[in-house]
Design a binder for this molecule. Structure first.
Ligand SMILES: Cc1cc2nc3c(=O)[nH]c(=O)nc-3n(C[C@H](O)[C@H](O)[C@H](O)COP(=O)(O)O)c2cc1C
Length: 245
């Protein structure tokens, strides 16, 4: 193994931060690492908003479900899928952009996620930590208004970054055999593998909370997946100039 794999496999979401600032050089290195990610057809369909205004942070923290670490973290970024710049590029050449279809939406969202993951890994490689904030999509319309997002741009998620002030511990992932399949999608072992994983996660929470939290992974997922969330997203995206044909 090597230091890159060590950084990747040491990941844990950080939600408590020391007050130490992230320097401009560090921030720029993180963003340059984000920009180095692969990008579909070279379109680089994202913009990253660094939210440094404390009052704006306070509003975003509230709109994202009162997640206080959005206010407390040294750096807060909002990763936006961005087809607006591509519209500008297309118009420079006198053409009309055709961006209102599902594949364009997928490409922009995937590009944004790839850049973001590079950013968090770069931060972690510097001894910093962070957490993604999908809570941004709780109130995407209001947040887009506050950030003055133009048409064809939407906030995919936020990201808190800073020096960790806690070590929550690595959350064990699914057994490799559950996610890595050979040549075809096999299902025979699913239940057994999930039962094994439930035990791992049960012990993980038990140890982490002194026996207070007794949860399985399938139990958590059953609760999560038996409801629909953020059903406002489709109409919000359509208003924002994305399309799904
Ligand atoms: C797209 C995305 C959105 C997330 N949104 C939130 C969030 O709003 N608040 C939060 O505390 N954690 C959020 N997380 C962090 C996950 O809960 C976390 O990654 C997961 O529980 C696994 O834990 P780990 O990152 O410590 O390994 C998000 C993660 C991703 C990838």
């Amino acid at each position: 193994l090597n230091s890159t794999i060590n950084v990747l496999t040491a990941h844990q979401s950080i939600r408590k931060f020391k007050p130490d600032p992230i320097t401009t050089d560090q921030l720029h290195a993180i963003i340059e690492a984000a920009q180095a990610a692969s990008t579909s057809s070279f379109i680089q369909a994202y913009s990253i908003i660094h939210v440094s205004d404390p009052e704006l942070r306070r509003k975003l923290a509230h709109l994202a479900g009162d997640q206080v670490y959005i206010e407390e973290c040294p750096v807060f970024l909002v990763f936006c899928a961005d087809l607006y710049r591509l519209k500008v590029a297309t118009e420079i050449h006198g053409l009309e952009m055709k961006g209102e279809y599902m594949e364009a939406f997928i490409i922009a969202t995937v590009d944004t996620a790839l850049a973001a993951q590079n950013a968090i890994v770069a931060a972690e490689s510097m001894g910093l930590g962070g957490v993604y904030i999908g809570g941004i999509r709780n109130n995407p319309e209001e947040i887009s208004r506050l950030l003055e997002l133009p048409e064809k741009v939407y906030p995919v998620f936020g990201m808190c970054l800073g020096k960790p002030n806690h070590a929550p511990g690595k959350k064990p992932r699914l057994p490799l055999a559950a996610v890595l399949k050979e040549n075809r999608y096999t299902t025979e072992e699913d239940v057994l593998l999930l039962q094994q994983y439930d035990e791992t996660i049960h012990n993980y929470y038990k140890d982490r909370t002194g026996g207070q939290r007794l949860e399985s992974w399938t139990g958590q997922m059953a609760h999560r997946m038996s409801k629909e969330i953020r059903l406002h997203m489709r109409s919000f995206l359509e208003k924002q100039g994305f399309g799904f044909k």
